[in-house]
Design a protein around this ligand. Structure first.
Ligand SMILES: [Zn+2]
Length: 178
């Protein structure tokens, strides 16, 4: 699978479920991080260029998994429309009855037929199973460069240096016509 995929599936290993940024920081902090992320993305999905109808973009945590060292490193926060975000978490799409739609969107964005998509998914799920045998250590140092105020306590939980920053000003998003 050396070919770059426009819309990739990023299954979070079962051994690190719950150990994500969203659950470590407070909901207020997460709101600010999401707002910053949507602003950075100019309120346009960073994969398909679409807009989320009447709502803010989802903030997707992009992780790199080093299977040698067992380190799961946060490498980015990506503003995604709800459809692309659903594809990223294909396992969730399956358990929430949205698999058919997720498969449709995966095919549409990558210009694949169902067979190509199924092959790709098989590869993703094999990798997921392999990675789910590893107990991951989180590296969230990426957050040190995000201009959002994170409390001392949350920084400690994330294992990052605490820097005092003004609260990120969340601006209300103008919802245009779709
Ligand atoms: Zn999208």
């Amino acid at each position: 699978m050396g070919i770059p995929v426009k819309l990739s599936v990023e299954l979070v290993p079962s051994t690190s479920h719950g150990a994500n940024l969203r659950s470590v920081i407070t909901s207020q902090e997460w709101k600010q991080v999401s707002a910053w992320c949507a602003h950075e993305a100019n309120h346009v999905c960073q994969v398909c260029g679409g807009k989320s109808k009447g709502r803010n973009l989802d903030c997707h945590e992009k992780w790199h998994y080093d299977e040698e060292t067992g380190t799961q490193t946060l490498i980015g926060l990506v503003g995604l429309c709800v459809s692309c975000h659903l594809v990223k978490h294909f396992g969730y799409a399956q358990v929430s009855g949205k698999e058919e739609f997720a498969l449709f969107h995966l095919c549409k964005i990558n210009k694949w037929n169902t067979y190509q998509a199924r092959d790709y998914l098989e590869h993703c799920f094999k990798r997921f199973q392999r990675r789910s045998k590893i107990k991951w250590k989180l590296d969230c140092t990426f957050m040190e460069d995000v201009p959002v105020s994170i409390s001392q306590e949350s920084c400690k939980k994330l294992g990052i240096e605490y820097v005092q920053r003004p609260a990120y000003q969340v601006k209300a998003k103008k919802v245009g016509k779709f």
